[in-house]
Design a protein around this ligand. Structure first.
Ligand code: CMP
Length: 136
């Protein structure tokens, strides 16, 4: 398979808990290449756009407020099957149900505060990375 790119965002809880090095190391150890990296604080407008697929859901407001509550780190990773590989390494959305050995399974207990986001498709990757990397 041709190489593919994906996006991860280490959420504000991951930064506050100083998990950045451990999380990035996992992807490097796996053999994924880091193509871009950015520290940012999402504006409410960017957060709204980033999570627009969830607009109207009961957790949307809380999610937007949390993701813009402090610094986050966005990283573009590249490698064969990168989207699926990174999603598997990230683990289930509900950290309290995520398998041991996954990032959420090892480092989180929350649902909204679940340490990391990873794009779920090529279309999401394009849309989400545009929100983050087209800002000045
Ligand atoms: P993420 O993978 O970033 O995608 C959407 C986010 O919404 C999810 O992780 C969680 O942080 C958050 N969220 C909060 N409540 C829910 C819920 N009930 N179902 C799915 N996602 C939720």
């Amino acid at each position: 398979m041709a190489s593919e790119q994906t996006l991860i965002v280490i959420k504000p809880d991951g930064i506050r808990r100083k998990l950045v090095g451990k999380i990035i190391s996992r992807f490097e150890d796996k053999g994924l290449r880091m193509m871009d990296l950015r520290l940012l604080v999402f504006s409410p407008k960017e957060a709204d756009e980033f999570y627009s697929v969830h607009k109207g859901k009961p957790f949307f407001e809380e999610l937007v407020s949390f993701i813009s509550s402090g610094p986050a780190i966005a990283c573009i990773l590249e490698g064969d099957h990168a989207i699926n590989t990174v999603r598997l390494m990230t683990g289930a959305t509900k950290s309290f149900e995520a398998a041991a050995g996954t990032i959420r399974g090892d480092y989180g207990l929350g649902l909204t505060e679940n340490v990391i986001h990873a794009s779920d498709s090529p279309e999401s990757f394009i849309k989400e990375s545009r929100v983050i990397f087209s800002r000045s």
